[in-house]
Design a protein around this ligand. Sequence first.
Ligand SMILES: Nc1ncnc2c1ncn2[C@@H]1O[C@H](COP(=O)(O)OP(=O)(O)OP(=O)(O)O)[C@@H](O)[C@H]1O
Ligand SMILES: [Mg+2]
Length: 237
Amino acid sequence: MSFRIAFAGKGGTGKTTIASLLCRSLQARNIKPILAVDADPNSCLADKLGLRVARTIGALREELRARPEAKPAGISKNEWIERQINEALVESLGLDLLVMGRQEGPDCYCFINHLLREYLGRLGKQYAAVVIDNEAGLEHLSRRTDGSVDIMDLVRTLHLDIGACYLVLNQCAGPVPHAVMAQFQPTGLEPLALIPADPALAAGDVLGQSVGELPANAPAVVAVDGLVSVLLERSKR
Ligand SMILES: Nc1ncnc2c1ncn2[C@@H]1O[C@H](COP(=O)(O)OP(=O)(O)OP(=O)(O)O)[C@@H](O)[C@H]1O
Ligand SMILES: [Mg+2]
């Protein structure tokens, strides 16, 4: 089984929340290992997953550029980078988190970028599920913007051929008004799930809780679990 999913959408619509709830559902189903990728420079996926980030890939990239002499003698640059990325992975309960962070400086560290890409490509294949939380804005589906990870670049790197695009309506109990659906019609996207507004999520935000701390019967937890069931069913077709 190989499950790859990336979230895209406008700011504040719930991408990080749903991505983390989706990880929770996969963990509960014992689908592992999972690679969660935080591709938002203003990342907070780690908080929602209840994890601490030691180092981002952006920071690693900057360190490698600024201090090439940090590489110990006797190992190749490739091995050194692999080791560093492995150390940057936050591991917990069958889930590894990779935080891309900010892409500082000029976009010309070709050698480092090439090695990072090559390794990330191999890394992505090792996971039963890859969940990417993207930064806000649909424009990232088509072009790179300053300081951000190009989602399509990442999708290619992790060998995530786009099989299908779906619409998830968050904070929406349904039935969805015609006027709302009419807005989405031009996208041609099939609405796959409605995730209700869940007061437990808002309360958890205030308390700084991870989604793992939400009760199993919280409406958003149940709804995202339902979304995972549908996605898994579809992936078998
Ligand atoms: N179904 C829901 N019910 C109640 N609150 C929700 C729900 N989904 C998301 N929220 C809240 O909405 C806010 C924004 O959610 P979130 O951070 O997941 O959005 P985002 O799309 O990742 O935002 P950004 O574009 O800034 O990364 C958070 O406070 C979150 O707790
Ligand atoms: Mg987010």
